[in-house]
Ligand binder design. Structure first.
Ligand code: SF4
Ligand code: F3S
Length: 107
């Protein structure tokens, strides 16, 4: 079992989640973070830290978010690790709750 980062993180990227991961298994792309599903220890600490509710347990993932399971696994292999919080993008608040953000994902 793993936790995964879902669509709501795209263009928000607040990074509070990385501060609490005890095994530093979160990886950073330009507009989005992902969790390494092989290395996540399923501790659930990151889930309540995200104030846009972007983090889910694998078994609680909505059907329309299933693609994010694969995206987290794939991108965690290529993006660099992040373990310290940084400033969110300047327009993060504008993107909170916006639908269909997958189209803005940059690799
Ligand atoms: Fe890290 Fe725990 Fe979140 Fe997995 S569930 S990414 S181990 S904080
Ligand atoms: Fe993204 Fe939430 Fe973490 S917006 S970077 S999953 S705190």
């Amino acid at each position: 079992m793993t936790f995964i980062v879902g669509e709501e993180c795209i263009k928000c990227k607040h990074t509070d989640c990385v501060e609490v991961c005890p095994v530093d298994r979160i990886y950073e792309g330009p507009l989005f973070l992902v969790i390494n599903s092989e290395e996540c220890i399923d501790c659930a600490l990151c889930e309540p830290e995200c104030h846009v509710d972007a983090i889910f347990s694998e078994d609680e993932l909505a059907e329309d978010q299933a693609v994010f399971l694969e995206l987290n696994a794939e991108l965690a292999e290529v993006w660099p690790n992040i373990s310290e919080m940084k400033e969110a993008p300047a327009d993060a608040e504008e993107w909170t709750g916006k639908p269909n953000k997958l189209q803005y994902l940059e690799r």
